[in-house]
Design a protein around this ligand. Structure first.
Ligand code: ZN
Length: 128
C-alpha cells in the first residue's frame, strides 16, 4: 500500500531529477547563446548580408525564449522543492486543499488544485 508520504517522496525524487535536468539544459543553452554571440561578432566586420542578420537575430531570439521558459520552469521546480522542505507541498496555494496525487504526478510543480487552476487561468485570460 502506498501512503501519501511515499507518494510525496516519489515526487520529491522526480523533482530533484527535473532540477538537475533543467540545470543541465540551461548550461547548454547558455553555451549556445555565448557561441552565438561570438559568431555574430566575428561576422560583423565583413557583413554585407542583411538577410543573415535577421536570421541570426531570430535564432538568438529563439534561444533566449527557450532559455527564459526553462528558467521559469526551474523556478517552479525550486519553489516546489522549497514547499517540500517546509511540508506545505501538495497543498493548493489558493484554497489549501490537497492536490490529488494524480495531478502532482503529471505536474509535480503544480501550485494549485484543478479547480483553482481553472479559476486562475480564467482570471489570466480575462486580463490579457
Ligand atoms: Zn485550490
Amino acid at each position: 500500500m502506498t501512503t501519501r508520504d511515499d507518494e510525496l517522496k516519489q515526487i520529491a525524487d522526480q523533482l530533484r531529477d527535473e532540477l538537475k535536468e533543467a540545470d543541465r539544459e540551461l548550461e547548454q543553452l547558455d553555451e549556445q547563446v555565448r557561441d552565438f554571440g561570438e559568431t555574430s561578432e566575428l561576422a560583423e566586420g565583413a557583413d554585407n548580408h542583411p538577410g543573415d542578420d535577421s536570421d541570426r537575430l531570430t535564432e538568438q531570439q529563439r534561444l533566449l525564449t527557450i532559455r527564459s521558459q526553462l528558467a521559469e520552469r526551474k523556478d517552479y521546480i525550486v519553489h516546489a522543492l522549497n514547499k517540500l522542505e517546509d511540508d506545505s507541498f501538495g497543498a493548493c496555494e489558493r484554497c489549501g486543499n490537497s492536490i490529488p496525487f494524480g495531478r502532482l504526478e503529471a505536474l509535480p510543480f503544480a501550485r494549485y488544485c484543478v479547480e483553482c487552476q481553472e479559476i486562475m487561468d480564467q482570471d489570466g485570460a480575462a486580463v490579457s
